[in-house]
Design a protein around this ligand. Structure first.
Ligand code: PSU
Ligand code: MN
Length: 319
């Protein structure tokens, strides 16, 4: 763990890391901005439970009173869920000011990766990542998540990206940033609510062991930068493509009509899609996050097993 006076790692997470036990980072924008209360709190706790069931320790990440927290108490999760959108959505650019002003922040994929890396956590599970928005050729609206994936060595397990984004441009941007896009058990990038998008991934991987090994190879080469694992939503929870696409098109039309810009764009589109599709998309959303948490936890277990093996080899106990 990097020494950092602003970092506050929970005792459970700190002792797991010190003992070389598996830990999975989880984000908090999804709690404060991604789902309504009380489903947001129930989901955050269920996701932590799913990580534990697969043998890893969950580290939900947020900024509370200016502290960069890795590992939240139940009360802190409840607090973030209840305050909802009153909590600042915090990406990389917000960290210095939230800390200097002792404020709260709900961390996006980008800022969760930063805090996870500070704490020494390698694997992170979320729902969907930010990306290149449709129309970015004129708006320049590209999520800071993509830059972070290019610079911070954390594996992000997601369900692909929602087609509120331009998925083709998002993949181009990731390629430029040197981020491998990995399909778990698939050759195709999943599109969050649906298992297919029509776009291919860079690598198909079918085992957690290979995910961990590839990540470890990048780490040993000091390549820097993350990896993006795209895990398709389980078939039984996936949504009808036409239905979800028409809701997304409507949401984008409304956001353009209302002149929504900057950091409001993603939350606006997500909220509109949810409003247009009701509880149906919320259930899919919850299920895919659980599915990603399990994959991340199993991968974290494989990663720790690899490290243990390396240590034994070092001490001459293994050939
Ligand atoms: N996409 C989703 N669900 C989410 C987000 C994106 O399908 O919850 C959230 C994540 O926290 C992500 C952030 O990191 O939105 C990206 O916001 P922006 O596009 O403003 O960078
Ligand atoms: Mn943006």
């Amino acid at each position: 763990m990097e020494f950092n006076e602003f970092l506050s790692v929970s005792p459970e997470v700190a002792s797991a890391l010190a003992a070389g036990r598996p830990v999975v980072a989880l984000e908090s924008t999804i709690i404060s901005h991604g789902m309504p209360y009380p489903q947001n709190v129930q989901t955050a706790l269920a996701v932590e439970g799913a990580v534990r069931e697969c043998g890893a320790v969950p580290a939900t990440i947020a900024i509370i009173g200016g502290k960069l927290k890795a590992g939240l108490s139940r009360g802190e999760i409840e607090y973030l869920g209840k305050k909802g959108t009153q909590i600042t959505k915090a990406s990389r650019r917000d960290l210095a000011f939230l800390v200097s002003r002792s404020c709260d922040g709900a961390t996006t994929v980008a800022s969760t990766m930063i805090i996870a890396a500070m704490a020494g956590i390698k694997i992170f599970a979320t729902g969907g990542i930010g990306g290149v928005h449709r129309g970015a050729e004129t708006t320049m609206d590209i999520s800071a998540d993509l830059e972070e994936l290019a610079r911070t060595p954390v594996m992000v397990v997601c369900a692909g990206a929602k087609s509120i984004l331009d998925l083709g441009l998002t993949l181009e941007y990731l390629e430029t940033g040197g981020v491998p896009v990995i399909g778990y058990g698939t050759n195709e990038l999943p599109a969050f609510y649906t298992r297919k998008s029509g776009f291919g991934v860079d690598y198909r991987v079918d085992s957690e062991e290979e995910l961990a090994r590839a990540f470890r190879c990048g780490e040993k080469m000091c390549l820097g930068g993350g990896m993006l694992v795209a895990n398709p939503i389980p078939e039984e929870y996936s949504m009808d493509k036409e239905y979800i696409d028409s809701a997304i098109d409507e949401a984008i039309a409304q956001s353009r009509a209302e002149g929504i810009k900057g950091k409001e764009t993603t939350p606006f589109l997500l909220a509109k899609v949810k409003e247009l599709t009701g509880g149906l998309s919320l259930e899919s959303n919850i299920q895919l996050v659980l599915n990603n948490a399990r994959l991340a936890a199993r991968t974290a277990c494989e990663y720790c097993a690899l490290i243990k093996k390396e240590e034994q080899q070092c001490q001459g106990q293994l050939p």
